[in-house]
Ligand binder design. Structure first.
Ligand SMILES: [Zn+2]
Length: 359
């Protein structure tokens, strides 16, 4: 048993490097010394000259880094293990691979103790996760389509995972014309992008056209009273009862002709009956109208109170030029310095609303 201070030198784990020059088909392994020095351990000649990607990982070797070589034009992938002297040993050759992978990303994506792989094909927006079997084989975990086609870098890492999500459905009391479709699309896109910056992914449910339901026709000009959170009119209760194909935590945005009652002049109102989260909006050019109303549904309050003849001296009055109008929860749609801002405390409130769901 050692009783004195341990005098063993610190084991500085340093990595080596693999170089590939396709013109002559040369490759070289180098060791580094931890102080910026480098020395060659082995030269290889006669390498295939058409490798397009070389991916390091643990694909079946024994303590040394294995390498995946990909020849796009040939649709070939070969896994090799390396050893202490810079030699390489073929584990397995794969043919018939897609020729259009633009990126192959090594990482730990849940497959096994080996390095998993994400293959990304930019032109088609396709991503496929594979697990390595530890012997130079791989098996498909899952295929994804509809990815953005223009990613140029995909980087693996131990990144935080605490994103949340939310589903929003549109139901329209007015016929879903091309203009109404454009309105809903634009409202959704503006909201989805804004909330994504706060770690909230918004999914879109199906649209429902309620304009053919004559019983709902009187609600096209919806009486929202004073539009105060927690208080609803009979018309709001009748409207928000329409939740076809809507999950318990999902929100419904009802598109109406106009909002009437109380102090009036609303283009959106987020007051809703308990257990039926949602809002009513009027088709307008206010890009973040739905985002603002959904913000209310997720427990956000206005950043200030408007000064009006009825309410000339409110607490926390809105002050022109103060920057309040840079915020999503400004009480009117006159946002400045768009896109509007959501403060960190507001993000916390939205995430804690009980309506956003962890993955
Ligand atoms: Zn509001």
């Amino acid at each position: 048993v050692q009783v004195g201070p341990c005098s063993a030198s610190v084991d500085r784990h340093v990595q080596g490097l693999f170089y590939y020059d396709p013109i002559p088909g040369d490759a070289e392994f180098y060791a580094t010394d931890g102080e910026g020095g480098i020395r060659r351990t082995r030269l290889h000649i006669g390498f295939r000259t058409s490798w397009t990607k070389i991916i390091p990982g643990n694909f079946g070797g024994d303590g040394f880094t294995d390498l995946l070589f990909y020849d796009a034009a040939a649709g070939t992938g070969e896994f090799y293990r390396t050893d202490a002297r810079g030699r390489i040993h073929l584990l397995q050759t794969h043919t018939g691979w897609r020729e259009t992978w633009t990126q192959i990303v090594p990482g730990n994506f849940g497959g096994s103790g080996s390095t998993d792989l994400l293959f990304y094909e930019g032109p088609t927006g396709t991503g496929e996760f594979y697990a390595a079997d530890g012997q130079g084989g791989i098996s498909l975990l899952q295929t994804h389509t509809g990815w953005r086609e223009s990613w140029t870098q995909i980087v693996p890492g131990d990144f935080g995972t605490e994103g949340v999500h939310l589903r929003v459905h549109f139901k329209s009391l007015i016929p879903i014309t091309t203009a109404v479709t454009s309105f809903m699309d634009a409202q959704y896109a503006a909201m989805a992008q804004l909330f994504a910056r706060n770690g909230i992914t918004v999914f879109r449910g199906a649209n429902e056209d309620l304009s053919g339901n004559m019983a709902l026709t009187p609600l096209q000009n919806l009486d929202v009273g004073d539009c105060v959170g927690g208080e609803t009119t009979q018309e709001q209760r009748d409207l928000f009862a329409n939740r076809n194909n809507v999950g318990a935590n999902d929100l419904v945005v009802y598109v109406v002709m106009s909002l009437i009652g109380g102090t009036g002049n609303f283009v959106g109102c987020a007051a809703h009956p308990d257990g039926r989260p949602g809002a009513a909006v009027v088709q307008s050019s206010a890009q973040w109208l739905t985002a603002h109303e959904v913000g209310h549904v997720l427990d956000l309050r206005h950043v200030c109170r408007r000064v009006t003849p009825q309410d000339p001296n409110p607490p926390n009055p809105c002050v022109t030029g103060s920057g309040q109008s840079d915020r999503l929860m400004f009480p009117t749609t006159g946002w400045t310095n768009v896109p509007p801002d959501i403060a960190t405390a507001e993000e916390d409130t939205m995430r804690n609303s009980g309506l956003t769901n962890a993955w």
